[in-house]
Design a binder for this molecule. Structure first.
Ligand code: FE2
Length: 203
C-alpha cells in the first residue's frame, strides 16, 4: 500500500485573496507531502498486512501495531485531514449552507451564526497545533464541533469529519503572521458547503 499526494481541485492561487498562493503551494507540496511520506515510511514493513483504507485504519487505530501506531496516527491523520481540507474549500465557496447540512447545523447549534461563533472561538482557542472540526457522530446521528490535537483524526474518536480547519501555523503564517483571527475570518469565505453536504450524505 503506497499513498500519494492528491492533486488540488483548483490552482494554488484560486483561493486568493483569502488564502494566498504561496501558502497553498508550500502547504500542499511540502507539508502534506511530508505526511504522505511519513505514512508510507511507517507502513513500509513486509510483516504488515494491508488492513484496508486509510479511513478504516484511523477508525480502528488501536489495531495498528504499537510500534508504528503513533506514526500512523500522526502522518495518517495528517494525510487524511489535509485531503479533506483541500476539498472543504473552493473559490466558489463561502456563505450560508442550505440542504441537509444547513438543517443539521440549525438543529445542533440553534442557527448558522451560533455555529460559526462556536467553530471560530473553539478553533481560535486551540493551544499549540491542531484542528477545529465539524463532525458527525454515526452513533447519535448528531453533528457537533470538536477540536483535535496535532494531526489526530476525528475518525480515531469514532467521528466522521465533515469540515476541518487547519490551525497549524503553517496554514497561515506566510500571509498572516500572528494574525490567526484574520486567517479564520478569511477561511469562512472559501468553505465549500457542497463538499460538506456530500460528506454528510455519504455516511
Ligand atoms: Fe496543514
Amino acid at each position: 500500500m503506497k499513498f500519494e499526494l492528491p492533486k488540488l481541485p483548483y490552482s494554488y492561487d484560486a483561493l486568493e485573496p483569502h488564502i494566498d498562493a504561496k501558502t497553498m503551494e508550500i502547504h500542499h507540496t511540502k507539508h502534506h507531502q511530508a505526511y504522505v511520506n511519513g505514512l508510507n515510511a511507517a507502513l513500509d514493513n513486509p510483516l504488515l498486512q494491508a488492513t484496508g483504507t486509510l479511513e478504516e485504519i484511523l477508525a480502528d487505530i488501536s489495531a495498528v501495531p504499537e510500534n508504528i501506531r503513533g506514526a500512523v496516527n500522526f502522518h495518517g491523520g495528517g494525510h487524511d485531514n489535509h485531503s479533506i481540507f483541500w476539498n472543504n474549500m473552493s473559490p466558489a465557496g463561502g456563505g450560508k449552507p442550505g440542504g441537509a447540512i444547513g438543517d443539521a447545523i440549525d438543529k445542533a447549534f440553534g442557527g448558522f451564526d451560533q455555529f460559526k461563533e462556536r467553530f471560530t472561538k473553539g478553533s481560535m482557542g486551540i493551544q499549540g497545533s491542531g484542528w477545529g472540526w465539524l463532525v458527525l457522530s454515526p452513533k447519535t446521528g448528531m453533528i457537533d464541533f470538536v477540536t483535535m490535537p496535532n494531526q489526530t483524526s476525528p475518525r480515531t474518536a469514532g467521528l466522521v469529519p465533515l469540515l476541518g480547519l487547519d490551525m497549524w501555523e503553517h496554514a497561515f503564517y506566510i500571509l498572516r503572521q500572528n494574525r490567526k483571527n484574520e486567517y479564520v475570518d478569511a477561511w469562512w469565505n472559501v468553505v465549500n458547503w457542497d463538499d460538506v453536504e456530500s460528506r454528510l450524505r455519504s455516511v
